[in-house]
Structure formats: structure tokens, C-alpha cells
Design a binder for this molecule. Sequence first.
Ligand code: HEC
Ligand code: HEC
Ligand code: HEC
Ligand code: HEC
Ligand code: HEC
Length: 367
Amino acid sequence: MMGLALTLGLMAVTPAAPDRLGASACGDCHGTAFESWRSSAHAVSATNAIYRAGFRVEPRQFCVDCHTSTLARAEEGIGCASCHAAAREAGAPAAGHAVALRARADLRDPALCRDCHEFATPAFEEGAVRMTSLPMQRTYSEWLAYRAAGGAGTCQSCHMPGGDHGMRGAHDPDLLRRSLAVTVTDEASGARLTLASAGVGHGFPTGDLFRHLTVEVRAAGDAREDAWRVVDRMGRRFETRLDGATMRAYKVETADTALVPGVPRVVALGTGRGRLEWRVRYHYGSERDERRGVVTAEALFATLATGTIDGPSRARLGQGAPPRADYSASPRAAWPAFSRARSRRRRAELSLGSRATAALYSRSASR
Ligand code: HEC
Ligand code: HEC
Ligand code: HEC
Ligand code: HEC
Ligand code: HEC
């Protein structure tokens, strides 16, 4: 009954008149921008399942301020006005427009993206929010480092080619695969992979703090999913410590091994004699998220590259071409059984109510 009353209440306050600042109103005249925006992560930043699950558990204004439009309906996510509305003091609305528009030069400035893609970890203490010195996301600083090292791209030139508002990023597995170069060397001293990011203007991975890459190996022919062994991990690592004076827990970053543009990373695969299978995977969540199995495997991993290294070729050192990497087309192909098991477990857990979800997303309290 309460749910019904709430729904009716919401309907009563939803304006029936067209929302002049909403994306679809802009879309009446800017169809191309609207269609590409609609396919972007920005369009669903307030409504996608993973964000909603987090927000249900931790309904902070802090999240809303960044994940939703300021001037349009909240469910729109990062709408047109979030980027196009100029500061209030900018003066009269542009001709035919409901708002004053940001100037083109300001639109092309990465500072526009910095406002949301660079921020500190908050601490919620006695009802107040205090920003700590630990960056939660720092894509903009990573981009500054890339520029200082001679990189030429901007957020807009890479993410909005030709004015495309689709903002392809980590949720596009094909883009992820193109963004990683893997070279295999197989010598008597052991097999190695050399990994480098390609065409990325910040860390790989960047963005959400739990994203990471793993390099994994197993004996060729051993089809068991749990035979995979992680030999390297690229991303940020955190640790929770206790402040003895205040008795408050706080989080510190203990390592950041994300791939830096132009700096290859060499990974030894071991010197075993048999044939070896390897793979490189992108992880959207933390190791804890994966152990809990609350989110489907499809939403947790993308396999970026796989290959096999022939043991015997090591004996014929220096002869013939090095083993070729075999880039698997389907990220799911390598672990269908695993994926099915996780999906089943997830359905079971979700049907128990929101407890499991709550456990997963309470991490956002210390994100
Ligand atoms: C009634 C039609 C109409 C609506 C509705 C409309 N626009 Fe426009 N918009 C135009 C026209 C016409 C131009 C000028 C076209 C040109 O200069 O190429 C324009 C230009 C623009 C430009 C380019 C300005 C520049 O610097 O070149 C942007 C950005 C823009 N509109 C954003 C928006 C946004 C955001 C909304 C929704 C709040 C919106 N428009 C709603 C018709 C409209
Ligand atoms: C995340 C920020 C962001 C959002 C959200 C966004 N835009 Fe844009 N938009 C930009 C930037 C940046 C440019 C300038 C691109 C350039 O010039 O390279 C731009 C350019 C434009 C242009 C000019 C295109 C051209 O090539 O002349 C129009 C029109 C426009 N946007 C409309 C919209 C509409 C309509 C929406 C919502 C459906 C929207 N934008 C949402 C950032 C955004
Ligand atoms: C008002 C805040 C805001 C602004 C301004 C903003 N973003 Fe975002 N952006 C977000 C949020 C929130 C998400 C996460 C969406 C989600 O829930 O997946 C996001 C996600 C993204 C993604 C990830 C897409 C993916 O598939 O992984 C890219 C790329 C991106 N933004 C690029 C940009 C660029 C480039 C600009 C500047 C032109 C920009 N953003 C400006 C808030 C913003
Ligand atoms: C030289 C091109 C380039 C530049 C410059 C660049 N990016 Fe990216 N970005 C990429 C590529 C390629 C990917 C996909 C690979 C990855 O996830 O790192 C990506 C991924 C992302 C993601 C998704 C990461 C995730 O974990 O979900 C976000 C968010 C993002 N970029 C934001 C930005 C912002 C903000 C800027 C400017 C401060 C920027 N990018 C500058 C190329 C670029
Ligand atoms: C200052 C801006 C900002 C604030 C505040 C913020 N986020 Fe985000 N969030 C982002 C951006 C930008 C991304 C995209 C980074 C990426 O793609 O890796 C993101 C990504 C996410 C994702 C991953 C979405 C996906 O599609 O993979 C979740 C979940 C999330 N945020 C939840 C939250 C919650 C819950 C809060 C509040 C406790 C919060 N965020 C506060 C900017 C913000």
C-alpha cells in the first residue's frame, strides 16, 4: 500500500509539460547528438543496475550530485545540460534554447570532464562529509601525466571522435581489446608476455578504483576453470588501517600498477616445460566482488587476449617465428561453465532479498 501511495505521489509531481531541459527536448533538434548520447554510459549513470544497487544501500547526496543531471529529470543521468549549460552568470539563454550554452572552447577543455572524473574519497563522520586525501578516481591527473610525457590527445579528441556522444570506454570490450598490445617471447630462460596500453591517455585501467587486469596461466589441456593461476595484476591496491588516536578506520593506497602510457610491463610466465595456456582479463570489480558472486560473470570480466605457448619450441631456441597470440573473440568462450554457475548463484542470492547486494555495495562506504 505504501509503495502505491509513493508511486502516485511521484506521478503527481512529475511535470506533464515537456521538460525543456531534458535530453529528449534537445533531441528534437539535435537528433544525432541525442542518439549517440542515448547509447552512452552517461545516459544510464543514474539508472543502471549496478549504480542503483549501490545507491539503494548508500543513498548519499554525494552520489546523486555526480551521477545525475542537475537541471533535468534525475533519471536522465548525465544529460545534455550537465555539459552544455553555462554557469548561471553567463547571461541570457542562447537563441531558441532554454539555457545559456557553454562556449565551444570550454566544451573542448578537459576541465569539463575533470569535474566528475577526478575526486577524493569521502569520509562520512557524524553526519558530515569530509574529503580525505585519497583519490577515489584520478583519470584527469593520469591524463596530465600522459600530456607531460608528450601525449597529444584530450578527453574529447579520444572519447568524442567527430562529435560522437557515445563515450565508448571500459564497457566496450572491443575497445578494451584494441587498447592492449601483447607480445609473446618464449626463450630457454622462460616465456614472457610484454603488455602495453595502446591509444590510451591515462592509466589502463582507470576510473572506478577496483578495476584491474590479471595475467593468468594454466597447463594446456587442463580445462578446469580453477586451474588458472594469476601471475600478475595491474591496478590499484588498498588497505584499511586503524588510526590509533581516533580509533577510526581509514583506507590507504598501497600500490598502483595500472599500465602507464608508453611504459611496457614484462610478465614472466614461469619456466615449466609443458605447453602453457595464458590469458589477460579485465575485471570491473574487486576480488571481493568476485568471491561473493553477486554480480554476473558477464558484468565482472572481459577476456582481452589468450594464447598458447608450446613447450617444445623452447628447445628449438631461435628457430622459426615466435608463438602467435590467439586473440579470443568471445570473452565468454573461455569460461562458460564458470559463468553459468555464477549466474545461477547470483539469481539465488538476489531472490534472498537485498542482503547479498547490500554486502557488495557497502564497499562504497569506503570506496
Ligand atoms: C528548437 C530547436 C532546438 C532545440 C530544442 C535545442 N537546440 Fe541547440 N541549436 C539549435 C540551432 C538551430 C542551433 C544552431 C545550429 C548551428 O549553429 O549549427 C543550435 C546550436 C546548439 C549547439 C552548438 C552551439 C555552438 O557553439 O556551436 C549546442 C551545443 C546546442 N545547440 C545544444 C542544445 C541543448 C543542450 C539543447 C537542450 C537544452 C538544445 N540545444 C535545444 C536548435 C535547437
Ligand atoms: C559529457 C558531456 C556532454 C554531454 C552529456 C552532452 N554533450 Fe554535447 N558536446 C559535448 C562536447 C565536449 C562537445 C564539443 C565536441 C567538439 O567540439 O569536439 C559537444 C558538442 C555538441 C554539439 C555540437 C556538435 C557539432 O559538431 O557542432 C551539439 C549540438 C551537442 N553537443 C548536443 C548535445 C545534446 C543534444 C546532448 C544530450 C542529448 C549532449 N550534447 C550531451 C559534451 C557533452
Ligand atoms: C556531470 C558529471 C560528468 C561529466 C561532466 C563527465 N562525466 Fe563521464 N561519467 C560520469 C559518470 C557518473 C560515469 C559513470 C557512468 C556509469 O554509471 O557507468 C561516467 C562515465 C564515463 C565513461 C565510461 C564509459 C564506459 O563505458 O566505461 C567515459 C569514457 C566518460 N565518462 C568520458 C567523459 C568525458 C570525455 C567527459 C568530458 C567531455 C565526461 N565524461 C564528463 C560523469 C561525468
Ligand atoms: C589518447 C586517447 C585517450 C585520452 C586522451 C583519454 N582517454 Fe579515456 N580511454 C581511452 C581508451 C582507449 C579507453 C579504453 C581503455 C581503458 O579502459 O583504459 C579509455 C577509457 C576511459 C574510461 C573508462 C575506464 C573505466 O575503467 O571504466 C574513462 C572513464 C575515461 N577513459 C575517461 C577519460 C577522461 C576523463 C579523459 C581526460 C581527462 C580521458 N579519458 C582521456 C582513450 C583516451
Ligand atoms: C564526483 C563524481 C562521482 C561521485 C561523487 C560518485 N561517482 Fe560513481 N562514478 C563516477 C564516474 C566518473 C564513474 C565512471 C568511472 C569508470 O567508468 O570507471 C563512476 C562509476 C561508478 C560505478 C560503476 C558503474 C559501471 O557502470 O561500471 C558505480 C557502481 C558507482 N560509480 C557508484 C557510486 C556510488 C554508490 C556513489 C556514492 C557513494 C558514487 N558512485 C559517487 C563518478 C562519481
